[in-house]
Ligand binder design. Sequence first.
Ligand SMILES: Nc1nc2c(ncn2[C@@H]2O[C@H](COP(=O)(O)OP(=O)(O)OP(=O)(O)O)[C@@H](O)[C@H]2O)c(=O)[nH]1
Ligand SMILES: [Mg+2]
Length: 227
Amino acid sequence: MNVVVLIPAFNEEASIQFVLQHIPQELVDDVIVVDNNSTDRTAERARKCGATVIKETKQGYGHACLAGMEYAKRLQPDVVVFLDADFSDHPEEMARLLEKVRTGYDLVIGSRSLGTAEAGALLPQAKWGNRLAVCLIKLLFGFKYTDLGPFRAIKWQKLLDLNMTDPTFGWTVEMQVKAVKQGLKITEVPVSYRARIGVSKITGTLSGTVKAGYKILFTIFRYALAK
Ligand SMILES: Nc1nc2c(ncn2[C@@H]2O[C@H](COP(=O)(O)OP(=O)(O)OP(=O)(O)O)[C@@H](O)[C@H]2O)c(=O)[nH]1
Ligand SMILES: [Mg+2]
């Protein structure tokens, strides 16, 4: 399997090197860091660790993921693994996700609620927001996820077929609801989670939490109505 890792990053100079150093090299072919207007040394550090660094100037998590996908088209991977740049996830657990793809799953979500999250790693608003979101997905789409975790693996062709569009923090949930709607073979594996290194941009801030929470709920209802 040709595996490409996509890492959207915005001002993660304190953590990016750890993320890259913990990726199991023997399992992956290319690592792409999408630098989303970082004003710190994220890009430089990522390059130093051997990653391919591309730039996306349109601000937003989804914009960065879409730019990474555009670049990945020339690599023609079999599988794409998404990973955050803040070192909350344990990149060495990637083998668990890829093993499920190898056995036939199209989308594998790394679930932090099935795994062990270090105390304080998932803030209460993130934990409850995720719970609400997965309950709504079960209710409206009939599939029981346990998390919207960012660490995930998906077959490349299936990802293209999802026709992803969300420019910001609706990205993860858009992928999950579209995967259910399109009948993808989906599973979850437990992953570990630790408190991030560096400055929080989403659930650690009030405005980030409100914006992301709104966007996630809006996305769920939008695709439910579009049935
Ligand atoms: N490309 C891009 N990535 C972003 C942006 N904002 C945040 N991120 C990335 O999205 C990931 C999640 O953001 P975090 O700040 O860790 O938010 P969180 O995980 O909800 O909260 P923490 O508990 O603080 O980790 C990180 O890898 C960030 O670098 C953005 O505007 N563009
Ligand atoms: Mg984080």
